[in-house]
Write a protein that binds this ligand. Structure first.
Ligand SMILES: C[S@@+](CC[C@H](N)C(=O)[O-])C[C@H]1O[C@@H](n2cnc3c(N)ncnc32)[C@H](O)[C@@H]1O
Length: 251
């Protein structure tokens, strides 16, 4: 159910202003990036429209950008050409990654921007994390950023309509999220996202998708990382913040 084909075309409305510029998105990971050798090999395993991957390539890193969505991969290639920041982009879901790359290939693997909850439950997440771990060199790091799902679930099912129009490329849009929170953590949840673009003549073009989601607790994520040989080095988890980052190192 999670395709990001229609949403992928207008995904910029879902990205914060700070992450739209590739260099700024990459700079938000400076603490991790400063530990890397020059020309490090990095994988963005859910690259979306490519802002992070292009930002990393712009810093001279050898970048591979993958995503399950064909639309996202096409947009990443377009952004890479626009910024003249060469990278390799290909369509692959997390479980398919070992078909494309040897074990112990990358210095860092990114899975950021609230992507991991799309893996199908604890088993899907374990398989996804196992793939990412395999591709890391010994001492390499996996970087995950995540919503604080504990907060999302506590708020229950609801409709969330942005309180401001979002302007991208001279066009405004209203962004609407419908959260369907299932009774149990392990159940499939759904998030419907609609982006209603408005034109000066009053016409409205709406694109929407129903996405599948399997939220997880921070504790579960840490345990699952350990199970695939990754030791948490940094966690910014805080029950009062909407998002957190985990950096885990391959032993
Ligand atoms: C919320 S977006 C985040 C995109 C990007 N990382 C960002 O920060 O803007 C989630 C991304 O995960 C991708 N995705 C969903 N399921 C996936 C899977 N099984 N394997 C790889 N990517 C997946 C989607 O296609 C989408 O591009």
């Amino acid at each position: 159910m999670t395709s990001y084909s229609d949403l992928g075309e207008v995904y910029e409305y879902l990205i914060s202003e700070a992450k739209l510029a590739p260099a700024e998105f990459a700079a938000s990971f400076d603490d991790v990036l400063s530990l890397l050798p020059p020309h490090a090999q990095v994988l963005d395993s859910s690259c979306g429209t490519g802002q992070l991957a292009v930002g990393l390539a712009g810093r001279g890193m050898r970048v591979v950008a993958t995503d399950a969505s064909e639309t996202m991969v096409r947009r990443t290639k377009e952004l890479s050409e626009e910024f003249r920041a060469p990278l390799q982009a290909l369509r692959a879901n997390w479980q398919e990654l070992p078909d494309h790359f040897d074990d112990d290939t990358f210095d860092v693997v990114f899975c950021v921007g609230n992507s991991l909850h799309h893996a199908a439950g604890a088993r899907g997440r374990a398989a996804a994390l196992q793939s990412m771990s395999r591709l890391l060199r010994r001492g390499g790091r996996l970087v995950v950023t995540s919503r604080t799902w504990e907060l999302v679930r506590a708020r229950g099912s609801r409709l969330e309509i942005s309180d401001r129009l979002v302007r991208r490329n001279g066009r405004d849009a209203l962004v609407i999220y419908r959260w369907h929170i299932a009774p149990n953590w392990q159940d499939e949840h759904h998030i419907e996202i609609a982006i209603a673009q408005m034109d000066a003549d009053g016409s409205v073009l709406t694109r929407s998708e129903l996405l599948s989601s399997w939220p997880y607790r921070h504790d579960e994520l840490e345990a699952e990382l350990r199970q695939v040989g990754l030791q948490t080095e940094v966690s910014t988890f805080n029950l009062e913040a909407e998002n957190y980052m985990v950096v885990a190192r391959k032993a």
